[in-house]
Each structure stands twice: as structure tokens, then as C-alpha cells.
Design a protein around this ligand. Structure first.
Ligand code: NAP
Length: 314
């Protein structure tokens, strides 16, 4: 099968021909129609998980995808060939991922029926960003009237965090690059702050002298997180998707700090599908790239030239 692989950590991704996987007991084989790019895909290619899990090379990159069940392994009861599914398909220990014509998933793993009426390219944009955003909003106990700052709101995770927090009835402050404020307001942001031209903490405290109840942060490194955490009122919560927080230090100020490691579940994916069906959230796709152009698209992403969500057509 055709797939985008790397021959070792840090190697250039390339289009190659690798063996098609077969589903083991309790697994489904999925003929993927689309894969979603996430920044973590390149981090894994660079060895982020090398001390945590085994990797087999050539390693097919990618986690998120959507497609059609081609075959099922022994004992599978939830799915049948022909079912449309979406989810996460990463198995570094088997050299398998989602930038490929075929992938496998455990039937009770992070997969679910694809949202009805949704095309695979849109479904592939959902799994990691939308489930992470849902977990962020839940972790920060975002509710009606919560004043929540989303930092990195223009990104894959951030756009869903804005939508989900707004759906809960929160007052959402979103970081916006010049020209992106209107789009974020359409997604539900009540206010935007321009991160490109000014200090986010200074802008937020000027508009909210009492601070905010929660911060969902996708981009701020440890060196800058203290200034943001100072915005959180005692009793509030700050969550980082890039492990920038020191929870013990903030606990002393009655602030709950969480470095979130998302674990997508079938239930969470099914709930996301329902929200998409109900038009409560939507994926905004910036570009669709055919499989043979993925290496160039990944190189552009590395150079920071790929604003907005990228989906690969398989
Ligand atoms: N822990 C977990 O379970 C988990 C799960 C999902 C994602 N993540 C991580 O979370 C991060 C975000 O993921 P993503 O998919 O949302 O990435 P993304 O799509 O690349 O989004 C990042 C966004 O942040 C914006 N940004 C850059 N610098 C900023 C700043 N100083 N202030 C405010 N916004 C800024 C970027 O805008 P520009 O385009 O203008 O630079 C971009 O829109 C990644 O590091 C990813 O690996 C972790």
C-alpha cells in the first residue's frame, strides 16, 4: 500500500510502498480516505515517544483518519465491512499510522462511526483536536458564565475549544492573529486579543481587572506561563497541552494547574460526532493535499508556513 513513512527518527518523510496490515483479534482494517495533520505527528517523527514506546521502521506517520471498514478481525462485533469510521490509527510499535491507504484500530479503541452526512476529509480533521478540546473544557470545568481565555485559539485544538466553551455558555476570550478575529467570533468568541502585536496577559488584565476563571493554553512555554497563570482567579484552572505548567507551585495559590495528555475514547469520539451532526461544532479545513504531496506539505508545516488545518486526501 502507499504510505508516508520515515526510515528513522528525524528522517525526511517520503511516499513509499509498504505491506498492508491485517486486522488481529478484536481489530478492524480501515481503507482510509483522508488523514488529518496534527503537530504531534512531526514530534513523534522526531522521536518524542522514543523512550516511551517501541517504534518499527519504516514508520507510517499520522494518527487521525477517516475511511471505510474493509475487513474485521476475529471476535469483532461493533463494526462490519462497509461501515464509515473515523478516529486515531497510530501504532508506532507496528510501524502503522494514518498517512496510508490502510490502517488498523481496536474496535474498542479510539474509533467511532463517522458523523452522518460528513465527508471523510472533514471527519479526519476531528479526532485529536476535537477530543483534546473537549477534555480541556471538561478539565477546566467550563460552564455557563465562566470567563475563559483560550491561548492558541486559531489552531486545530483552539478552534474546537472556543466552540465547545461557547456552547457551554462561557464568555470566551480568544487569542487572534491579525485578520482572524472575525472568524473566531463566528465560532463563538465574545472577545479577541491580538497575540501578534501585544502582550496577551496585559491585554486581558486591562479588560478583566478581576482576572479570568480558566485558561486553556496550547502554545505558551514554561517561560511565559507564569504571567498567564497570574490572570487566573483563586479557585480557577489553567490547562496546558504542551506540559508547560508546574501544578505544585500554582496549587499554593489555589489555582488548579493541569498538564493535559489527551486520551481519545470511542465514547468521546461518538459524542463529537453527535455535536457535529447537531451543528454545535465544525471543522474548518484550510487545505487538502493529495498523498503524494504530503512530504512537501509536512516540510511547509515544519517551516511554519501552514496556517490552519491541513487534511491529506488518500
Ligand atoms: N497534550 C495533548 O494531549 C495534546 C493534544 C493535542 C495537541 N497538543 C499540542 O498542542 C499544541 C497545539 O496543537 P494544535 O493542533 O492546535 O496546533 P496548531 O494547529 O499548530 O495551532 C497552534 C495555534 O497557535 C497559534 N499561536 C502561535 N503562537 C501563538 C501565541 N504566542 N499566542 C497565541 N497563539 C499562538 C498559531 O498561530 P500561527 O499560525 O499564527 O502561528 C496556531 O494557530 C501542539 O503543540 C500539539 O502538539 C497536545
Amino acid at each position: 500500500m502507499r504510505a508516508i513513512t520515515i526510515s528513522g527518527f528525524g528522517a525526511e518523510p517520503e511516499l513509499s510502498d509498504v505491506s498492508q496490515p491485517s486486522p488481529g483479534p478484536g481489530e478492524i482494517l480501515v481503507r482510509l480516505q483522508a488523514a488529518g495533520y496534527n503537530p504531534v505527528d512531526l514530534k513523534i517523527a522526531d522521536g518524542m515517544l522514543k523512550d516511551a514506546v517501541d517504534h518499527r521502521f519504516p514508520l507510517v506517520l499520522g494518527s487521525d483518519g477517516a475511511g471505510v471498514v474493509e475487513a474485521v478481525g476475529p471476535g469483532v462485533t461493533r463494526y462490519r465491512p462497509g461501515d464509515q469510521v473515523y478516529g486515531q490509527f497510530q501504532h508506532p510499535d507496528r510501524g502503522l499510522g494514518s498517512y496510508a491507504e490502510y490502517a488498523v484500530a481496536a474496535e474498542d479503541g479510539p474509533v467511532a462511526a463517522m458523523p452522518a452526512g460528513m465527508i471523510p476529509e472533514q471527519a479526519a480533521a476531528l479526532p485529536t483536536p476535537a477530543t483534546t478540546a473537549a477534555e480541556l473544557v471538561e478539565t477546566a470545568r467550563v460552564d455557563v458564565g465562566t470567563v475563559v481565555l483560550v491561548v492558541g485559539a486559531t489552531g486545530g485544538v483552539g478552534e474546537f475549544a472556543v466552540q465547545l466553551a461557547a456552547d457551554q455558555g462561557a464568555h470566551v476570550i480568544a487569542t487572534a492573529a491579525p485578520g482572524t478575529a472575525a472568524a473566531l467570533e463566528r465560532l463563538g468568541a465574545a472577545e479577541t486579543v491580538d497575540y501578534a502585536t501585544g502582550s496577551v496577559p496585559e491585554q486581558v488584565i486591562a479588560a478583566h481587572p478581576d482576572g479570568v476563571d480558566a485558561i486553556l493554553d496550547m502554545v505558551t512555554p514554561t517561560s511565559g506561563i507564569e504571567a498567564l497563570a497570574n490572570l487566573v482567579r483563586p479557585g480557577g484552572t489553567i490547562v496546558s497541552t504542551i506540559f508547560a505548567l508546574n501544578p505544585d507551585a500554582l496549587a499554593a495559590r489555589q489555582i488548579t494547574a493541569v498538564n493535559l495528555a489527551n486520551r481519545a475514547t470511542p465514547e468521546r469520539l461518538a459524542a463529537i460526532a453527535d455535536m457535529v451532526d447537531a451543528s454545535l461544532i465544525r471543522a474548518r479545513i484550510e487545505r487538502q493535499v493529495p498523498l503524494d504531496e504530503v512530504p512537501a506539505a509536512l516540510a511547509a508545516a515544519r517551516r511554519g508556513e501552514a496556517r490552519g488545518k491541513t487534511v491529506f486526501r488518500i
